[in-house]
Design a binder for this molecule. Structure first.
Ligand code: SF4
Ligand code: SF4
Length: 525
């Protein structure tokens, strides 16, 4: 035994304790650079945060993901990770682990999926030493009986890898929901009733909060067994501390936190949103309406890209190029062929589709739609201009007065108390029928019935999250149409999406009548 142990490689254990978000992010970069220069051995770092902290993924825009006013009011720190993925909320008890290692290390799988699995299984094995039934769940989570306790992800730099994960220890889900704009399009699992039921933490699982020392010991055991290594404590030396101090101001700056992925002004951009297997892709494009040249493009989302600069490179290639489908396709295809970026779960086709959907909105501008308004229009199956003479207007029950006798029934007396009656009148002026949709099943059977009866297209109204989530359902049913966003708080904003699914959402939304009217004029013009 002793002989075998002597052969075991020793990795550096670096416990950097409790630090600010900026310091922790600066340390990530420093250690990754040092590993890339082979100045440090393989290293496992543990980290904690001195304040509650929101960390957006590297490719995300802070404005899109974070409720800024709430975070400022509550003193929640905001920063940006080096790694991709979605925005995270960290309480002060949560624990992070990170591994810095060379890509060519024989213990490191070359396929990204295998790397995620190896790291995830090592961390899960570590958590099992604490007495919880943790398992790796592809693509990059660790779960306990279907509930997420840890997310993982990585990035790379010149042959070095940083792979990191969280462990939720005593998690405040309500605070997370208040601090983050949860990308509701991610709430795909119909069997899971709410965000709260999708996560767990050690305290809930064990009925007590284990100490940081216990958790670290268990994780070290898991990683030690998985990689066949031992660990030796080696704190930051004075040279490393000096380099960290030099990096700290940049990682505390707005230039890093906000401007690396700063939203383009909504007034002047065309946008689209696409849910791909690897995450949500958001496109914002500023383009010249006359020349159709892309002046600026921002590709954000909760995906991972290896190397992380791949997305910036693609944006640079698309900038100043012609916004026509053939050029966009050629640019993206040659970018993937030349640079071979790895973006798990996001294929070139997803990016082409998302960019083309944003670009096609330019065709709406000569018809009197402002850029800002096009954010509220969503195409179903066809380009906007190809949905000709739609015969029906579909309206959501949530726009009816809450105490209206028709709230859960088909029909409306057009009493003037809500926008549904006005919309019905507008539809009639175009010779269209209006139908209220009572719940998701009703939507599906209505669309199928309309298609069977020979209807060629529809215009409808629903909220953006509903479109994002059910877009594949609309496409599967196969009836082309245009959807117009509703106004005011949606059931997703209020965490009532499951109620809405069953037709029991208790709030009222409002139809954007002026936009609906103009969409109908456009489609019937
Ligand atoms: S306009 Fe129609 S849906 Fe709205 S309150 Fe009156 S009857 Fe009800
Ligand atoms: S998902 Fe909710 S807010 Fe959106 S259209 Fe349906 S009921 Fe209304």
């Amino acid at each position: 035994m002793g002989y075998t142990k002597n052969l075991m490689e020793t990795w550096r254990l670096l416990d950097t304790g409790i630090r600010s978000g900026a310091e922790n992010m600066a340390l990530d970069e420093l250690l990754l650079e040092l590993k890339a220069q082979e100045k440090i051995p393989p290293t496992l770092r543990f980290l904690q945060f001195s304040n509650p902290t929101v960390l957006v993924g590297h490719h995300q825009s802070v404005e899109e993901e974070v409720r800024l006013d709430y975070c400022r009011m509550k003193g929640i720190e905001i920063n940006r990770r080096l790694t991709g993925g979605g925005a995270l909320y960290w309480g002060q008890r949560e624990l992070g682990w990170e591994i810095y290692i060379s890509k060519t290390d024989p213990r490191i799988p070359s396929r990204i999926e295998d790397l995620y699995r190896k790291m995830g299984e090592a961390a899960a094995a570590g958590l099992r030493h604490l007495g919880v039934r943790a398992h790796f769940r592809p693509r990059n989570d660790i779960e306990i009986q279907g509930r997420k306790i840890s997310g993982t992800g990585g990035t790379e730099l010149s042959g070095a890898i940083l792979f990191q994960g969280t462990v939720l220890v005593d998690f405040d889900v309500d605070e997370m929901l208040r601090a983050l704009r949860i990308p509701t399009e991610k709430l795909q699992d119909k069997e899971i009733e709410s965000v709260k039921e999708r996560v767990t933490c050690l305290k809930w699982e064990l009925g007590r909060t284990p100490s940081p020392a216990q958790i670290k010991k268990s994780l070290l055991k898991g990683f030690g067994e998985a990689f066949g290594v031992t660990f030796s404590d080696l704190p930051l030396n004075s040279e490393e501390e000096g380099m960290l101090a030099a990096k700290r101001p940049f990682f505390s700056s707005d230039d890093y936190i906000f401007k690396v992925r700063e939203s383009l002004p909504r007034r002047k951009t065309l946008t689209s949103i696409l849910k791909a297997p690897g995450g949500l892709v958001r496109i914002s494009i500023a383009m010249d309406a006359k020349t159709k040249v892309i002046n600026q493009i921002l590709i954000t989302g909760d995906f991972f890209a290896y190397p992380k600069r791949a997305i910036f490179d693609l944006e640079s290639l698309l900038k100043n190029s012609k916004a026509v489908p053939s050029d966009i396709e050629r640019t993206i295809q040659s970018f993937f062929a030349d640079q071979k970026p790895r973006i798990p779960g996001i294929k070139e086709g997803h990016l082409i589709q998302a960019i083309e959907e944003a670009v096609q909105k330019i065709d709406l501008l000569p018809h009197g739609f402002a850029e800002e308004e096009t954010h509220h229009l969503f195409p179903v199956l066809k380009r906007f201009g190809e949905v000709k003479k739609p015969q029906v207007l579909l309206l959501p029950y949530c726009a009816k007065e809450i105490d209206c006798a028709y709230r859960s029934l088909q029909g409306c007396e057009e009493c003037g108390r809500c926008s549904v009656g006005d919309a019905a009148q507008i539809a009639r002026s175009f010779g269209m029928d209006s139908i209220t949709i009572q719940n998701y099943e009703d939507l599906e059977s209505t669309l199928q019935g309309l298609k069977r009866s020979g209807v060629q297209g529809f215009v409808g109204s629903c909220c953006e999250p509903f479109y994002g989530k059910h877009r594949p359902d609309f496409e599967r049913i196969g009836l082309p149409g245009i959807l117009v966003d509703v106004e005011s708080s949606t059931c997703y904003d209020l965490g009532q999406e499951e109620k809405a699914f069953k037709g029991q959402f208790e709030n009222q939304t409002h139809l954007n009548l002026s936009l609906l009217q103009r969409v109908l004029e456009y489609a019937h013009g």
